[in-house]
Design a protein around this ligand. Structure first.
Ligand code: ADP
Length: 300
């Protein structure tokens, strides 16, 4: 097969591993920087050009779209779909997962457990917003943050009010969320491929920190998940329409609660923690499923 990996940097661990796995399995791989793609928007002959060349003949696209290029990246994925090329995760699914509010609403609608969550932009009554999610302690999150930046634990109602008032001044959207204290600074990343959890790791925050992000000094090790956690992760990916996803779960008193579903989950942490060759499994999934025109959003 001829596979396009949409990635801004071929040296990134995840990109490198996908290239290696694909080539080992006999495929030809091109790494394409979405920001350098240019496209025509026409009814019948959509094309993508890259460095003066017409991109054609691809059997499958593996999008690895960074959060900062979601808007243009999903447009490039959509253009591939319009050309009838199979994409591992579809543009609409990536867009759903990137919009944290939309993703949580879709998951809530289908009954997926999640921390009680409120969202707001410029609430006039801060204490009412706090009451709406059950009061302090709670976590306030900027919706645009990644790697734990803009995620603040407020232990008292007063602290929460100050943080919310400060965020309001930023002209930003934010979430106010029940603090899952019993998770003890740990979360579980379930790596889902084609409706199965193929690897899962527990990330533990360093002492004194509640955010378990590896970039914030958290540590990771393999974990045996419960059947309920497994089905929650699989359902969450399915509801958003993602074939490949990283589903982040907290162990709460009421069972697993989903925090986030990531459409371009990193491979380094999960492969190192579990020893599972996730890149290889992704390529195997693409081999099985890549058929021309097999995307729901293709032009008709
Ligand atoms: P980011 O997407 O920036 O990583 P997250 O929403 O995943 O932000 O939060 C970062 C970390 O903070 C999570 O991995 C988790 O360990 C912790 N955390 C986030 N929300 C909660 C919560 N409601 N209760 C307990 N811990 C939380």
């Amino acid at each position: 097969m001829k596979i396009a990996i949409l990635s801004r940097n071929r040296k990134l661990y995840s990109t490198r591993k996908l290239i290696e796995a694909a080539e080992r399995r006999g495929h030809t791989v091109s790494v394409i920087d979405v920001l350098r793609c240019y496209m025509n928007i026409v009814p019948h002959t959509p094309e993508i050009h890259y460095k003066g060349r017409h991109l054609e003949g691809f059997d499958a696209v593996i999008p690895r779209i960074g959060a900062s290029v979601t808007f243009y990246g999903t447009a490039v994925v959509r253009q591939f779909e319009m050309m009838g090329v199979y994409t591992m995760n579809e543009s609409v699914a990536i867009t759903r997962s990137r919009d944290k509010l939309r993703a949580l609403q879709l998951l809530a609608r289908k009954g997926i457990g999640m921390p009680a969550t409120g969202f707001a932009h410029a609430p006039d009554d801060t204490s009412d917003l706090i009451d709406l999610v059950g009061g302090a302690p709670l976590v306030v999150k900027l919706t645009e943050g990644t790697q734990g930046v803009g995620v603040v634990l407020c232990e008292t109602g007063k602290a929460a009010e100050s943080v919310i008032d400060a965020f309001r001044g930023l002209d930003a959207y934010f979430l106010v969320q029940e603090f899952i204290e019993e998770a003890n600074g740990a979360d579980i990343r379930c790596f889902v491929i084609g409706g199965k959890v193929v690897a899962s790791m527990l990330r533990q925050a360093k002492p004194g920190e509640f955010r378990s992000n590896l970039h914030r000094g958290g540590s990771a090790h393999p974990v045996k998940i419960t059947p309920e956690e497994r089905s929650t992760a699989v359902r969450a990916a399915k509801i958003l329409g993602l074939n490949v996803a990283g589903v982040d779960i907290l162990r709460s008193r009421h069972g697993p609660v989903v925090m986030e579903v990531n459409s371009s989950p990193g491979l380094e942490g999960i492969e190192a923690a579990t020893g599972v060759e996730v890149a290889d499994l992704i390529i195997q999934f693409v081999e099985k499923n890549a058929k021309p025109g097999r995307t729901a959003t293709r032009g008709g």
